[in-house]
Structure formats: structure tokens, C-alpha cells
Design a protein. Sequence first.
Length: 310
Amino acid sequence: MPTFASKLLIGSVTANAIKTKSLSYHLMLENGLISQPITKGIHVTLPIGQRIVDKLINVIETELDKGGCHKLAMPSIAPKGLWEKTNRWNEMGSEMYKLIDRKNLEFCLQPTGEEMITDVVKSFGVPRQSQMPIKLYQTTEKFRDEMNPRFGWLRGKQFIMNDLYTFDKTKNDALDTYTEINKIYERIFYDILELRNVVHKVEADSGTMGGSLSHEYQIKNDSAEDKILECKKCKNVFKKNSNDINTIKCTFCDNDKEFNEYDSIEIAHTFYLDQKYSKAFNAVSSNNKNNEYYEMCCFGIGVTRLIAAW
């Protein structure tokens, strides 16, 4: 059945009523993609905005499906015990929403799903070789208690993320999977969405996620808080850290003098997790006595943030 624009709930906020330094937030309000904030950091996605979200999700999921990934859906709520197994119940700090039910049991609104997916994969026992690598993804609402939520979808308390989790038997296989999924991300950002000139893949810290290898996809945005540097000598792009102010050096050619600096924001992150989660949950990939724990990776694209930052 065709959709008529005259039937859509299309509203906008007049330009004079919008006071923000973020151009993308201004445009999203002015063009009726989102409502004015219900409270700081919480917006309603309006019909036009929802159509854009749906189209972007379709692009991402189509490419993941082509790469042999399988879609599932995990609950947004998880018990405290699950997150305590990796010590992340406390490590996540105040950014993670926590709640207590009527039986005085503690839960969290999951900002990510490594614990739950590892527990699920373990419950299926040792996999057949034909099932390897295991590649499972979802596209769901996530929650984060941002200290200073602002600019609509750029930094909100609730957001949509596509998150993918992979399980391999060996480190080499896991690194191959890591490379494969990064190539899918690059195809999405550079070829399909045509963002090659504004999205840059940079080495990153793994933080509370853990693991020994991590990359961020940063997009140039004047309202963002991160900064990336482009080496004028070799054109390599890398993330600027606050403690590098007096010791900035290109990570590729060792140039330490000439850089272009851009404001940017993270729109995707990829991690090689080693065995951090598989060991915590005793998730093994074989029946022998050598404790062959899964080698894991995880990957995430901030769907709503990408739209806002674009």
C-alpha cells in the first residue's frame, strides 16, 4: 500500500526556537525527524526519522547477512549475576542503568551484550565444525546514563545499536573474522553510504570491553568531543588522546610536526576480545581436556548516532 506524505505526522520546530551549536541536531528538529526532548537526552523518533532508521538498519543487516551472520534478539534487561562474572557490574560505573524488582533482585539495562551472548552460546555445548565461526547479531535499543546528554541522537540516554558477536576456535581464526567484519564495515561506510571522505578507521583503546585489539570508526563532526589527526606527510589518520598534547607523533611515519586536526565522534567500534568472556563463563569450543575457550570478537554500529552525525 502506498504511503502518502499528506497522511504522515510531519511536524517541525521553527528555526528561531532551536538554540543549539549542533547543525545536525538543528536539522533533525527542523525537518521533523525527532521530537523536542521529552526530558534531557530522550526524544521521540517521528515517522520520517523512523523511515531513515529502518533504511539504514536494512543496509547494515543485509551486508551482515551476506557475510554469514545470523540475527537474533536479546533482552534489554539482564540479572546482576551475569555481569558480576566478568566484574563489569562495577566496572561500568554510573553509566549503566541499574534497577531492583519487587523481589529485591538487581538487574541492569544492558548497554552491550557480551555476557549474555556468551552464556547463551555456552548453553548449546560444543559446536560442530560446520557451525564455525559463530556470528550472531542484533539491532536493538540500548541505554546509557550519559553524564551530559545533548544534541539529540549524538549523545542520548537511549539509542539504537547493531551489535555483532563472533566465536572462533583459534586466535588466528578470530583475527581472520575480525578482518572480515571490518571489511564489511568499510564496505558499508565507504562504498554503500559513500562516507569515505568523512569516516576514518583509527586504532583505539579497548576500555572496559577488554581484549588486545580495537578500532573505532570516527566521523568528522563539529559538535563532537573527540579529535582525530591527519598526518600531512603520509595522510595517515589517528585519534588524538588528551595525554598526547606534547608528544604527538604519527603512528605510521613518525612525523611529529604537521597535522590537520578535526573534531569527530565514534560511530562504530570493533574489538578482538581474546578469551575474556569465554573464560569467565567457561565456554569451550571442544571436548578435550585442554580448556579450548572460544576466541571472541564483538562489533557495534551506532545506528541513530550515525544518522545524527552524518
